[in-house]
Design a protein around this ligand. Sequence first.
Ligand code: FAD
Ligand code: DHB
Length: 394
Amino acid sequence: MKIRTTVAIVGAGPAGLLLGHLLAASGIDFVIIEARSREYILSRIRAGVLEESSVDVLASLGLDGRLREHGLVHDGIYLQYEGTRHHVDFSELIGRTVTVYGQQQVVNDLMLAHDEAGSAVYFGSSDVLPWGIETPRPSVNFVHGGQSYSVDADFVIGADGFHGVCRSIIPSGAITSYQREYPFAWLGILADVPPSTDELIYALHPEGFAMHSMRSPSVSRLYLQVEPDDDIAQWSDERIWEGLHERLGVEGWTLREGEITEKSITPMRSFVASTLNHGALFLVGDAGHIVPPTGAKGLNAAISDVAMLGAALSSYYAGDAGSLAGYSGRALSRQWKTQYFSRWMTEMLHTTGTGAEAQSRYRGQIGQLDYVTGSRFALQGLAEQYTGLPIDGI
Ligand code: FAD
Ligand code: DHB
């Protein structure tokens, strides 16, 4: 079956779904093609922190109703090391906040709004293949419900995540990948227990990094640094709580335990594509770049890309093509700052190696944390980057 639209979006993660809403607000037609089922997408537990600018983007589309009701506004975070917890008060330092609201909740809100708008979203598609991106008539072929489809569009958007198909169709001579693996991973759990803290805790401990986050007043989200090849089967609930108590513990504070309802291990890597545009194809979110999660940036970077691309497409159809031509450069400029911040947070808070070299590295990390927590300038820099850099062009 042939379909004609203006913009064909591949992927219904936060990036693809949000772009659809931005295009609709400018009166631009779109179709979204997604490989997975709606239920599968909603069951993926991922990020949890929204920058203030991400909240602003959602609010500009009127998509912040449930977010305002259920999101938890946080004034700062705690940095913890050597048994002491230091509050980093973003509100006091720079007058900005973040909102703790799960990626699944964001995605659910975006899906419900698409249902209401009657948007064309093809969940559970297979054999998704964009082609003709070097021509003015690109297309996306796919199979849905046993039927073959071909969507002709002006532009194809790769919002299909790190393992998606879109980036791979850019000719190898036209794109370079900058990649970095980290020698550790995160074991994340969801637990049915009220958070034991008012703000997120990021802790460096000789045994490794640990973090206490949350999803609601009755659900906690916690993470432990583990080996990159660690097997989740080796981590009983008891062993996980033991590790969390050890690494997050400070005098006079108790970590409450609850039933663990989900646990999984996520590898940590950095990746940036040298371009987010080839011909009629544009990449957004994880399709173009990923960061280690320590700075809470993955979801926010997807939102900032989409905000920039949505504004550029809107200008394009209003007669100004310049903004679209500059999209890749603007998005990558913000992304490289995000990359460096995420790497800095990651290296400051995770342990690696053994013996004297590991000890020297650990002492250096304590020095860096002492400097950051003792310097108002450094704290402001951390606060400015954690709460989100400006989004150029919107
Ligand atoms: P995705 O959410 O990956 O969405 C891409 C969509 O495209 C998916 O629905 C996928 O099914 C679909 N797709 C893929 N291939 C095709 C195809 N060929 N055809 C059609 N559709 C396709 N970030 C943080 O900040 N903090 C965290 O704690 C955190 N935890 C994470 C845990 C995991 C396991 C992962 C994978 C990521 C995590 N992230 C985290 C990163 C954050 O979740 C991502 O940055 C965010 O999901 C990016 O959104 P996206 O829409 O670009 O990509
Ligand atoms: C969460 C994840 C992060 O990567 C982070 O830096 C902070 C919070 C979370 O899942 O809540």
